[in-house]
Design a protein around this ligand. Structure first.
Ligand code: F6R
Length: 242
C-alpha cells in the first residue's frame, strides 16, 4: 500500500486526477471503477478540466460505479445516478452506453444484484476509485461484510445514514438499503486509488494504516491487494505518527 500525503483536499484531488488522466492517455479504452460522495468530486473536476483542455477523451472509456441507494429513482437528485451525471458524465464525451451504475428495483433486488455481478465478472477494471467511510466501509460494504462478498443489498448502518444525511433534508429521507459492489469485486481491480481527506477521516486512516486485517474494518481488505494507492491529506493523517 502506497501512501501519498498531500497538503489538503485540492492537492489530493489533483494527484488523483493526474494518475487517472495519465492512465487514460496510455490506455484510451480504460475501464474505471467510480465512487460517489464528497471524496471524488475534486478528482472529477480535474478530469473534466483535462477533457476541456483537450488532454483526454472518454469516448472509449467504460465505467462501473460502486453503489446506489435502493428506493430512489434515477431522477432523484440524491441518487448516485444523478450525482455521476451532474459531477462527471454530463461534462465529458463519455458514451453513456459505456456507463454502468447498479440499480436495484424494489421488486427485483436479487435479480438486480445478479445482473450487476455478472457484468462485473466479465469486466476487468483497470483503476477503482474509492472513498472510505468513517467506519471503514468501502463501497457500502459495512463492518462484518465478508471479504468474499459479491454485489448485494446492504442494510445501511445508522452511522452511515447519519454521515450521509447532509445530502438529504432529514435523516428520515436517507434510504435504509443500498446495492453495492462486494469487496471481492472491488479487489478484482488491477489498481485501487483510495481518497481519504479531512479530519472526519483521521480515525479511519489511522486504523487503515495500523495494517490489522479484519472484517470489522472493511477497508483493511485492501492490504491484501498488490497495487493500492491511498491519497490523504494533513488532517486525515493527523492521528498517524509520522
Ligand atoms: C460512495 C461510496 C462510499 C463513500 C464513503 C465516503 O460511492 O461507495 O463508500 O466513498 O462513504 O464518502 P465521502 O467521500 O462522502 O466522505
Amino acid at each position: 500500500m502506497k501512501i501519498i500525503r498531500c497538503k489538503n483536499y485540492e492537492e489530493a484531488s489533483k494527484v488523483a486526477g493526474e494518475i487517472i488522466s495519465a492512465s487514460i492517455k496510455t490506455k484510451p479504452d480504460i475501464v474505471l471503477g467510480l465512487a460517489t460522495g464528497s471524496s471524488p468530486i475534486g478528482t472529477y473536476k480535474n478530469l473534466i478540466q483535462d477533457y476541456e483542455n483537450n488532454n483526454i477523451s472518454f469516448k472509449n472509456v467504460k465505467t462501473y460505479n460502486l453503489d446506489e441507494y435502493v428506493g430512489l429513482d434515477r431522477q432523484s437528485p440524491q441518487s448516485y445516478y444523478y450525482f455521476m451525471n451532474e459531477n462527471l458524465f454530463d461534462h465529458i464525451d463519455i458514451n453513456k452506453e459505456n456507463v454502468h451504475i447498479p440499480y436495484a428495483q424494489a421488486n427485483a433486488l436479487e435479480e438486480s444484484c445478479k445482473k450487476y455481478s455478472e457484468a462485473l465478472e466479465k469486466a476487468v477494471v483497470d483503476i477503482q476509485l474509492l472513498g472510505i467511510g468513517a467506519n471503514g466501509h468501502i463501497g457500502f460494504n459495512e463492518p462484518k461484510t465478508p471479504f468474499e462478498q459479491k454485489t448485494f443489498i446492504v442494510n445501511l448502518t445508522e452511522k452511515t445514514r447519519e454521515d450521509n444525511k447532509r445530502f438529504f433534508s432529514s435523516i428520515d429521507e436517507v434510504p435504509t438499503k443500498a446495492i453495492t459492489m462486494g469487496i471481492a469485486e472491488i479487489m478484482k481491480a488491477k489498481k485501487i486509488i483510495l481518497i481519504a481527506t479531512g479530519k472526519g477521516k483521521a480515525e479511519a486512516v489511522k486504523r487503515l494504516l495500523s495494517k490489522e486485517i479484519t472484517t470489522d474494518f472493511p477497508a483493511s481488505a485492501l492490504h491484501l491487494h498488490q497495487d493500492v494507492v491511498v491519497i490523504t491529506d494533513e488532517e486525515a493523517m493527523s492521528l498517524v505518527n509520522s
